[in-house]
Design a protein around this ligand. Sequence first.
Ligand code: HSE
Length: 445
Amino acid sequence: MPSAAESHPPLRVALLGCGVVGTQVARLLTEQADDLASRVGAPLELVGIAVRDASAPRDAAVDRSLLTEDAAGLVERADIVVEVMGGTEPARSLLLRAIEAGAAVVTANKALLAEDGPTLYKAADAAGVDIYFEAAVAGAIPIVRPVRESLAGDRVRRVLGIVNGTTNYVLDQMATTGRGLDEAVREAQDLGYAEADPTADVEGYDAAAKAAILASLAFHTRVSLDDVAREGILAVTADDVAWAAQTGHVIKLLAIAERRDGGATGEAGVSVRVHPALVPTSHPLANVRGSFNAVFVEAESAGELMFYGRGAGGAPTASAVLGDVVSAARHRVLGGKGPQESTYAELPILPPSAAVTRYQVRLDVEDRPGVLAQVAHALAEHGVSIEAVRQPTARGAADVAEPGVAELLITTHAAPESALSATVAAVAELEPVRTITSVLRVEGA
Ligand code: HSE
């Protein structure tokens, strides 16, 4: 008897984009063709690769006879369309066209999904086709499927992610070498981690898109890029990094999505944000080094889970893309369909001011009796409780204390962001306070 793979006609795969990831997808589809056919139950036939310039030089792994500049025509003759071109347009129009033509789609396009995912999900639902996007969040790390499927029987409370490898590399370099931010970013560019224009990474846009996707899946609530409070790493100094180490922390750019049930410390709803944060060195995320990514999930029944691996790069991202291609292809062979967007919970999205967090504030004050009491009073007036106050004898890495000036390091207990930021503003106005040197949030404690 012929196997299913022998009896089922080939499934036509169209690839949109042939950059670092697309090249690896094309290579793996060819090199692993036999294994993929056995796993799917039908051969996967790469029928075309849409590129902007078909005459440009390409990696030897790419069969040049498959290159085409007619992306719209290509999507019409495919069973599965893989989009790894990035950017909002023409990716959105091409994927919609593919869906309307009855193709399943696989995309790695986090920006498009965070901005306009619902348009694609709705179209895929109406057409009865699959839409998969494992590679859009944290590259090779299986995180979309675990949150969407494996944890579908649980209640996720919180997702804390290091989902941008460039900024993790930069912050890690600052911590290990004492370098400043600019120098570490230049080094990341030289090594090919950071783009020539690193804005999307260092200003947190890339992480915010991934946070929106993860939050939507985790909380069955539609979360878009505009719902994510975002702060990048540009304000992090070598001194902040040195102080973090002295207090048993590392600084990480975190994507945080949490469900709050309301109560004494805040409103009920979903809080989604991206910002640099002090993470205790004892937390598993503190050991995520270099350009690696990790996502830490806290769920009611499962407890704490951590997913770790490469968040970018051609082959790692292609691995996630191929996994989705196999899932979509299996449905073509065996019938059935992957999960749809689930937004039944419709939890309110909390404003940034309602996020509950802890602050570590570093400030220079006049070194005389009663100053600490004044500062403590300002915190108390705003209902912010102090966890620890340090008056270090030695300053941070960058400078030396002026005579008569003391540095204070105040760590608060958890409080709403609105109260914490109002407190810092009030403290800055106090007569003996010279400067607020740094304000960092503390997470994962
Ligand atoms: N630029 C991203 C990073 C990878 O540095 O992690 C793609 O999202």
